[in-house]
Write a protein that binds this ligand. Structure first.
Ligand code: HAS
Length: 548
């Protein structure tokens, strides 16, 4: 069991995550009904306002707080309790992040920031929204520095040793996060804040979008890597085996530091202000960032097979039957992985220049992110929640909770299958993203979006409703595990942190040499970004628009 003060810190992070999840999923439910023309909002509430709340609360706030809760617990478990300075720094980080979160949320709720989670200029929100965003990011930096500090102290005390895999992966994710946030901090502090408060008249739109996506793509790996940590470190323990290959796991993670950042232009392939050469280069690098995910897929299959064979499995796929299907902590993560097969394939389609022309700005993209962040990541976090909160609170995770957990993950699976499949197909039929309901003057193409068996907005709404039901079950489990379930008294009732052993005997030393990876990462960033960003500096600016 980790120190009580570290548990408190982690629990506060997880609690804020689930408050954001609760409101975020409710706004999601409203959206699917509005797009289906089944719901009219009151005049004081706007579709774009709830769409902004949905994106910010789920994609940014839920994920970030949950990730820090997970990191704090795992770092305290694998490296030992935090010292007083690290703990203080973590609390300051939590406080600053939370002030930013509250400020940004108040601006959204009061209708002053309906600019969606990508806050593209020249849409102009209240300056306080951007101040909230800046504080949010700075807060996460402070929390990150605390974890890095804890790691440095451990390294000093354990000279020449590899850090435990969990700690290594945490630091990799944080390094990637710190480098990638430079882009969003630059645009928010130097472009959005002066413009939104009226200190300058115009904003350089292309530059702000490019700086956003410099940050925006690694952001998706900031969500994914903690899920991968669970796949690499937690899943083998649930299977009763070791990490398949420590070096492969570390290599996959450092490749994300290198290739997750210099690829943001693949979100801007249809934008005219960037020449085709730079788009081409960043698309090539995008295909490089697929490699660590393929390594991860390989590693997972190998882990399943090894553990299955250890339990006597025979034949090519005999191991499949030996997986611990009755353990909701495992099954949820397995389904999460399975979703990432089409999710990742969709990403490869998006990154392909010509295919991007078809799917960009359509509901396909919405489908894509619901089967990447909305399931592989979110459902892995659900699988973690089932044991992480009881572990931190010292409460039981009873058999009835386990059953409820199964209902929760199956409803999430069905809801997501219905919603994301219809979103993908509707996208191919031309239905746009980021729009409220419109009949498009009864155009036949738009009418087609309301026909067909599973390819219409009604199916999307049914899927969305099932997802909301699932989210409510999860909230119930979270509340029970935090406050109401009976305390574990007998030894066998205590929930453990399942952390697999990892053998570093054959791991090359250079994998934990941060200067190599940070150095190559900056070199690639300079190659991919210096010239195109430099060329944008002279772009004329745009005045701001408030379209809501
Ligand atoms: Fe993406 C747009 C390309 C991964 C999230 N992406 C988005 C947006 C979001 C998002 C939120 O190139 C919308 C942003 C916006 O608001 O505009 N994406 C990719 C590529 C990958 C990728 C190449 N995306 C993700 C992940 C996300 C995420 C991960 C969240 C966590 N994405 C794009 C592009 C766009 C885009 C363009 C812009 C589109 C546009 O025009 O706007 C790759 O990283 C994917 C690689 C993954 C794989 C899959 C490996 C499979 C594994 C599972 C193994 C399974 C096992 C289980 C072991 C190659 C690891 C076995 C199970 C059995 C059933 C047998």
């Amino acid at each position: 069991m980790i120190a009580a003060q570290d548990r408190k810190l982690a629990l506060w992070n997880i609690a804020v995550a689930y408050i954001a999840f609760l409101i975020g999923t409710l706004t999601g439910l409203l959206q699917v009904f509005i797009r289906n023309d089944a719901l009219k909002l009151p005049s004081w509430l706007d579709y774009y306002q709830i769409l902004t709340a949905h994106g910010v609360l789920l994609a940014l706030i839920f994920t970030t707080y949950f990730i820090f809760g997970f990191f704090i617990t795992g770092m305290s478990k694998s490296l030992g309790s935090f010292g007083p300075k690290v703990r203080l720094c973590s609390w300051i980080g939590f406080a600053v992040t939370t002030i930013g979160t509250v400020l940004a949320t108040v601006m959204i709720v009061s209708g002053k920031a309906s600019v969606l989670y990508t806050f593209y200029a020249p849409l102009k929100a209240s300056g306080w929204f951007y101040v909230g965003l800046a504080l949010f990011v700075v807060g996460t930096w402070i929390s990150s520095f605390a974890l890095v500090g804890h790691y440095i102290v451990w390294r000093r005390r354990n000279k020449g040793q590899f850090s435990p895999l969990f700690a290594f992966m945490t630091i990799t994710t944080i390094v990637m996060w710190l480098i990638s946030c430079l882009g969003v901090v630059a645009t928010v502090v130097f472009q959005f804040i002066p413009w939104a408060f009226g200190w300058v008249d115009t904003i350089n739109v292309e530059l702000s979008r490019s700086l956003f996506w410099y940050f925006g793509h690694p952001l998706v790996y900031f969500w994914l890597l903690p899920a991968y940590m669970a796949w690499y470190v937690i899943v083998p323990k649930l299977l009763g085996t070791k990490v398949f290959s420590d070096s492969l796991a570390r290599l996959a993670f450092v490749l994300f530091i290198l290739f997750s950042i210099p690829v943001g232009f693949h979100h801007q392939l249809t934008e005219p202000g960037i020449s085709e050469f730079w788009k081409f280069l960043q698309v090539v690098l995008t295909f490089m960032v697929i490699i660590p995910s393929l390594l991860t897929a390989f590693s997972m299959f190998a882990t399943f097979e090894i553990s299955g064979r250890q339990k006597g499995a025979k034949g090519l796929f005999g191991w499949f039957k030996k997986l611990p299907w009755k353990d909701v902590r495992f099954t949820s993560i397995f389904i999460a992985m399975a979703f990432f097969i089409p999710g990742g394939a969709g990403g490869i389609i998006n990154a392909s220049f010509q295919l991007n022309e078809i799917v960009h700005n359509t509901l396909w993209i919405v489908g894509h992110f619901h089967i990447t962040v909305g399931t592989p990541v979110a459902m892995t976090f659900m699988g973690l929640t089932f044991w992480l909160i009881p572990y931190l609170t010292g409460r039981k995770f009873s058999k009835s909770m386990q059953k409820l957990g199964f209902i929760q993950i199956f409803t999430w699976t069905i809801g997501m299958l219905l919603m994301s499949t219809s979103q993908h197909i509707l996208g191919l039929l031309g239905a746009p993203r980021r729009t409220a309901y419109s009949g498009y003057n009864d155009h036949p193409a738009a009418q087609g979006w309301f026909e067909g068996l599973i390819t219409n907005h009604v199916t999307m709404a049914v899927g969305g409703s099932i997802l909301f039901l699932s989210a409510m079950i999860l909230i119930y489990i979270v509340v029970m595990s935090m406050f109401l379930s009976p305390k574990a008294i007998r030894e066998e009732d205590f929930v453990e942190f399942p952390m697999a052993e990892s053998d570093t005997e054959h791991t090359p030393k250079f994998l934990e040499n941060w200067w190599i990876w940070i150095g190559i990462a900056f070199a690639l960033i300079i190659i991919a970004y210096a010239i195109p960003l430099g060329g944008m500096l002279d772009n004329p600016g745009s005045e701001g628009y408030k379209t809501w």
